[in-house]
Design a protein around this ligand. Structure first.
Ligand SMILES: C[S@@+](CC[C@H](N)C(=O)[O-])C[C@H]1O[C@@H](n2cnc3c(N)ncnc32)[C@H](O)[C@@H]1O
Length: 293
């Protein structure tokens, strides 16, 4: 137990270390000295909300009631930066190459129920899965009949998931999108919602939002055609990254795609994938056996 609690409002090195360890074991996120200011700001807010008097009190709360406080704390500490069509080359690749390829393969396969399954595995406030859904509809020229299209969108942060599920965004979030996309896939709010837009229902219906910590069990059954894992593993240490890549590998269909963020790479797992574009990796067709971590 942390029994040398500070009475003042400074974040001691011992408390910062405790926070780093707590965050790492709960989420895989690695915090270092460069994040001290960010931790300070976000914890200060929680301390005010919780009407506590010091960081020390908050560390004590985390130690003594982790199950009650952990979710709230994680929501406060995650970095949720995202945008519609972020790293647009991924969506161009999907629209121009991957979706036409999946469609023609499935048509040839004579499967009775032709399905497309995509997983946005750290979806934040939803811009990523909505961009995927829009891309799918654009690529399929909105002809979804006879197709079973499912996008699973997960995140550890319950606040961002709740926001994502509403499909409501400030209008300026879509300012940079082409007018046709704005008009076809977003509805302008009126009255008190006049500064907001809402994603149209046929796009929202393609997505299932679920809470999932990537470090815990993945309860999904079946394989995905494409998995987005963008701008999340960068926060993890190397062993955690490699462990996750081995699990992603098992969840992708042979020949399917794993898409990472612009500054992320597969490290040793590269040998199980071929490069299909900038941070677009294709699982080798040859095998679907478990790759040891
Ligand atoms: C920077 S956002 C990236 C959002 C989106 N993928 C993009 O590239 O725009 C990172 C997201 O990863 C989530 N995250 C962090 N650790 C996680 C974990 N262990 N399991 C699931 N999601 C996690 C955060 O809550 C956050 O919403």
């Amino acid at each position: 137990m942390m029994d040398d609690r500070n009475e003042d409002n400074s974040l001691s090195t011992k408390e910062f270390k405790f926070i780093c360890q707590f965050v790492h074991s709960a989420t895989g996120i690695l915090l270092n000295e460069s994040k001290r200011e960010m931790v300070y700001r976000r914890l200060s807010r929680i301390i005010r909300e919780r009407q506590l008097s010091s960081f020390s009190d908050y560390c004590y709360l985390l130690q003594t009631k982790p199950e009650e406080e952990e979710g709230y704390f994680i929501n406060a500490i995650t970095t949720n930066l995202t945008s519609f069509f972020r790293e647009n080359h991924h969506f161009e690749y999907l629209q121009q190459h991957e979706i036409p390829k999946i469609i023609s393969q499935k048509i040839k396969s004579l499967e009775q129920k032709k399905s497309i399954r995509i997983w946005s595995s750290a979806c934040s406030t939803g811009e990523e899965p909505y961009s995927i859904a829009i891309t799918l509809l654009e690529a399929m020229q909105t002809q979804l009949s006879g197709w079973h299209v499912k996008i699973l969108a997960t995140d550890i942060d319950s606040n961002v998931l709740a926001k994502a599920a509403t499909g409501i965004y400030e209008s300026n979030r879509i300012d940079d999108l082409p007018k046709q996309i704005q008009q076809q896939y977003f509805i302008q709010g009126a009255g008190i919602n006049s500064k907001n837009v809402k994603v149209v229902k046929n796009i929202r219906d393609l997505i299932t939002f679920k809470h999932l910590n990537l470090l815990h069990d993945w309860p999904m059954k079946g394989l995905f055609d494409v998995i987005f894992c963008r701008n999340v593993i960068i926060y993890f240490d190397k062993p955690t990254q490699q462990e996750l890549f081995s699990r992603y590998y098992e969840y992708i269909k042979p020949g399917g795609l794993l898409i990472l963020g612009h500054s992320e790479n597969l490290g040793a797992y590269q040998k199980y994938f071929s490069n299909s574009g900038r941070t677009v990796f294709r699982k080798l067709e040859s095998s679907n056996q478990v790759v040891a971590g």
